[in-house]
Design a protein around this ligand. Structure first.
Ligand code: AHM
Ligand code: MG
Length: 336
């Protein structure tokens, strides 16, 4: 049937979240509005990223354009768009962005009760060569009290109400959890809408891929070194794992979520806390992994139990399939 080529019942992300939030009628409108502003930011970044290859035609970042204005770098531009979209939603009180040293406190007249932590464009080293990059975000509810303070964002990851990312890859994919599983949406460019394409994502219990920057191996601690050695030279008769590493956390985590396996950015002698940031990289991805049936571990504890002391804090992270992370946990436990 020719008609079968078209789905006629489109589950947009807004419709999906409205349905999901119907269990919490008190927050339904506010959360949906907040999310729609995040989605708008992602659509903007998607369109900007798609044009980035044309930089030579439309003016390179850092150069001045025909009007004599400085072109903003893509990551700075993305940050500006997200900050403005989030403030104008009228639903936020504190914003923490990777791009801004200080947290942004929203003026009282535009204030709501949500706190949003985000990395507007992660994987910056991949921008100029057209490799997948992404936006990562997490959402907290302000604690009790009238005036927002930094303590409202320095909450453990398990207190997040929602987390997600948008990947600007061969298609634009938005992955979201509001604490009841994980769902993936793909941007239909002709509609300008994210449509549910990956309902209820579950990560395979065990995977065949490991993902790490092996260039840092000489500085790893013993459990990390042992684990990666096991991936390559398993002693239990199982087959060795494949290595995939893009160097864009969103892309590496997205593949891990769909195909299974493990992603690690461990501590090393030069960076005892690893590289990735707790609030807007480690927490959102750990939240999604747990919601998809996987695990996220810091080398010491469940990642979502961490309580950050400052907004740009870093932590080592091992996340992915349940059984694979379980092996890492055993190696760290044996070390003690
Ligand atoms: P960025 O915020 O400067 O883009 O750095 C974060 C990125 C992650 O996307 C990725 O997982 C990691 O850095 C890769 O780091 P490395 O190049 O050290 O392997
Ligand atoms: Mg980043």
């Amino acid at each position: 049937h020719a008609a079968d080529a078209y789905r006629t019942d489109l589950m947009t992300i807004t419709r999906f979240v409205l349905n999901e939030q119907s269990k919490h009628p008190e927050s339904r409108g506010d959360f949906t509005i907040l999310l729609s502003h995040i989605v708008l930011g992602c659509k903007f970044v998607c369109s900007a990223v798609n044009k980035a290859g044309l930089a030579k035609l439309i003016g390179l970042a850092g150069e001045t354009n025909v009007q004599g204005e400085e072109q903003k770098k893509l990551d700075v531009l993305s940050n500006d768009v997200f900050v403005k979209a989030l403030i104008s939603s009228g639903r936020t009180c504190i914003l923490v962005s990777e791009e801004d040293e200080e947290a942004t406190f929203v003026v009282a007249s535009k204030r709501g009760r949500y706190c949003v932590v985000f990395d507007p464009l992660d994987g910056s080293s991949n921008i100029d060569c057209g490799v997948s990059i992404g936006t990562i975000f997490g959402i907290y509810m302000m604690k009790d009290g009238d005036e927002p303070t930094l303590n409202d964002v320095l909450q453990p990851g398990k207190n997040m109400l929602a987390a997600g990312y948008c990947m600007y890859g061969s298609s634009c994919t938005f992955v979201l959890s509001t604490g009841a599983g994980v769902n993936g949406f793909t941007l239909d460019p002709s509609l300008g809408e994210f449509i549910l394409t990956h309902p209820d994502i579950k990560i395979p219990k065990k995977g065949k891929i490991y993902s790490v920057n092996e260039g840092n191996a000489k500085n790893w601690d013993a459990p990390t070194a042992k684990y990666v050695e096991k991936c390559k030279f398993p002693k239990d008769g199982s087959s060795s794992k494949s290595l995939r590493y893009i160097g864009s956390m969103v892309a590496d985590v997205h593949r891990t979520l769909l195909y299974g396996g493990i992603f690690l950015y461990p501590a090393d002698k030069k960076s005892p806390n690893g590289k990735l940031r707790v609030l807007y990289e480690v927490f959102p991805m750990s939240f999604l992994m747990e919601q998809a049936g996987g695990q996220a571990f810091t080398g010491k504890q469940r990642a979502l139990d961490l309580v950050p002391k400052n907004i740009h804090e870093r932590s080592p992270i091992f996340l992915g399939s349940y059984d694979d992370v379980e092996e890492v946990k055993a190696l760290y436990a044996a070390e003690e």
